[in-house]
Structures are given as C-alpha cells and as structure tokens.
Design a protein around this ligand. Structure first.
Ligand code: PBG
Length: 310
C-alpha cells in the first residue's frame, strides 16, 4: 500500500529523499555602486561607493558566494540621451571592478550591459524617431561592454533585449562569459530596482522586453541567444516565470539562471516584516527555482535567506 507519509515522518528522512537543495554556490548577489551616496529611500537597495565595498564583499567571500552582479546608480547630472557615461572610464563601475579584481580576486564579477542607468529617458538603448533603435543601440552597448571587459568583468550580462546583442558581444570577445537575459519580460516587478537607479518605475519597455503572455517566444529567444554564443541564460523575473525556467531547463543544456527580481524581493520582505508571511518563505521562494531546474539564482535575498535559517 502506498503511504506517502512514511517518507515525511522525520526531518532526517525528509532530508535524505529531498530532490533539490540550496548551497551558497547557487547564488549570485546583486550590488549597487555609485560615485556618491544619497539618502536611501524606502523600498530601494543599499548603494555602495567603491571604497565602502569591503563591508559587503567580506560577507560575500565569507559565505562563499561565487559571483556578484554589479549595477551602477549613476549620478543624475551625468545622464544624457545616449548614455555617454556608460562608456566613460571615469565611471564608478569601472573603478569598482578594478578594485574588486585587485582585492577580491576569487569573486566572479557579472556586469550588466544596458544603458538605462545612464540615459535620461531610462531606456536600455538609443531613441531614434521615438523608437528604441536596435542597431544603433547595439553600437553603444558594445562600447559599454568593451569597457566592462577591459575593467576585468568575468561575465557580461546583456539585459537590454536588443536583437543580435549576443552575436555582437560574442564577435567583440571570444573569451568572455556571456550570461544573456534570454527571457526578460516586460514586467511590473522591476519597480524597486528602477527606483534605486533614480529613474521612473513606470517606464514602458514592451517594444523590446518579452510580452508577459508568451512562452514560445521566450523559448525561441533563448534558443537564438545560445546559437549566437551565450554561455548562460537568465530568466527574469523568477517566481512568476517558473514555467519558462522549467521548459528551458528541459529543452536546453545551457545552464539556466533564475533572477528573483526587486519587486519579488520586496513583496516577500515586507510581508514577512508585517507578519503576513513567515520567515520560511525565503527558503520556499528560493527552492522553487532549483526544483524548476535553475542552476543558479540571482537574488537580493541571499542574506535574508541565511538569517531565516538561524
Ligand atoms: C535594466 C535592468 C532592469 C533590471 C535589471 N537590469 C530593469 C529594467 O529592465 O527596467 C531589473 C532587476 C530587478 O528588478 O531586480 N537593464
């Protein structure tokens, strides 16, 4: 007689038969960098100057988190129409990458390739005749990527969703690891990230990010990114798109990375703070990615997760 509860009776038997587990090696931790720090607004992330980085990087190495994902919070008066500061080596992200490579050589650095931190309009590319021009944007994005590679990035992560971005970056550099946002949706879950960058959180990116109603399109896009030379594929957001993570991890052998984005993070965090949800929600929200087939997880919640286990 089948009785499922035999394998659920004690913790040790549940641990023995569990089908997925979480280790610190599964995590990629996002860090925001800026040339100057202003007061932190509610529901935004902490921002670091390069000289302040040891405070967080010591924790990252102590926890054996293999990779950090860097994002730049660019000073407002350095932003312009074409995101010039993205490819200026005075840029704080350039300085930060050099610093990290020098003092924390064992931590992998993933750098975002997109112009939104640097453009006044907050789009990831260049606007021409009221449209985000694909090929023009690619030219500027390649300049940004060259700078990020030159500074010492180990992984570049084109989140800009222009067509042929992976092909162009692969032509630029044969050795760099490309983690492509193969499936990045035009999602409403990016609000706290955009607020941290100082832009509008209601900007419409649906002429380049994937329509939330689609799944086949995401799979085709991932397939194409792999053909163009992507080594890793990021699916973003995470929890609302577990179907894509599961499909992609079955259809492709390229490792899939789940990105639990800012809106997901703060939804869980504020619910726990307000006692609507319990602390174990962290473990559940991260386990689901491993169960769906993700090899790694980008999440702001790494430390919240470890604190919830104490
Ligand atoms: C932009 C970028 C975004 C995020 C990562 N890179 C926002 C956007 O596309 O507008 C969102 C991440 C998050 O919400 O945590 N290239």
């Amino acid at each position: 007689m089948i009785r499922f509860r035999r394998l659920r009776k004690e913790q040790w038997i549940r641990d023995l038969v569990c089908e997925s587990s979480i280790s610190s090696y599964d995590f990629i931790y996002p860090i925001f960098i800026s040339e100057e720090i202003t007061d932190q607004k509610p529901y935004t992330f902490k921002v670091y100057r390069t000289i302040d980085l040891p405070a967080i990087l010591d924790k990252v190495s102590e926890m054996k988190i293999p990779v950090i994902a860097l994002f730049h919070v660019c000073n407002k008066n350095l932003k312009d129409e074409i995101g010039s500061y993205a490819y200026n080596s005075k840029n704080e992200i350039y300085k930060a990458i050099k610093f990290i490579k020098k003092y924390y050589p064992d931590i992998g650095i993933m750098s975002d390739v997109a112009l939104d931190p640097y453009t006044i309009h907050g789009h990831d590319g260049i606007i021409k005749d009221n449209y985000i021009d694909n090929d023009e944007s690619i030219k500027y994005l390649c300049r940004q990527a060259s700078l990020l590679i030159e500074a010492g990035s180990d992984i570049i992560a084109p989140s800009n969703m222009m067509d042929f971005r992976v092909k162009s970056l692969r032509e630029l550099d044969q050795n760099i690891i490309i983690a492509s946002y193969g499936a990045k949706y035009a999602s409403s879950f990016y609000g706290p990230f955009r607020n941290t960058l100082g832009g509008s959180n209601v900007i419409d990116k649906s002429s380049y990010q994937i329509d939330i109603r689609n799944s086949n399109q995401a799979i085709s896009e991932i397939e194409n990114d792999i053909k163009q030379g992507a080594d890793l594929i990021i699916v973003k957001p995470g929890m609302p798109y577990l179907d894509i993570i599961q499909r992609a991890s079955h259809e492709f052998r390229t490792p899939i990375i789940a990105y639990q984005v800012s809106g997901e993070y703060f939804s869980i965090k504020t619910s726990i703070e307000n006692k609507i949800l319990q602390n174990s929600t962290w473990a559940e929200s991260i386990s689901c990615f491993k169960r769906a087939g993700a090899k790694a997880i980008i999440t702001y919640g790494v430390f919240d997760f470890y604190n919830s286990l104490k």
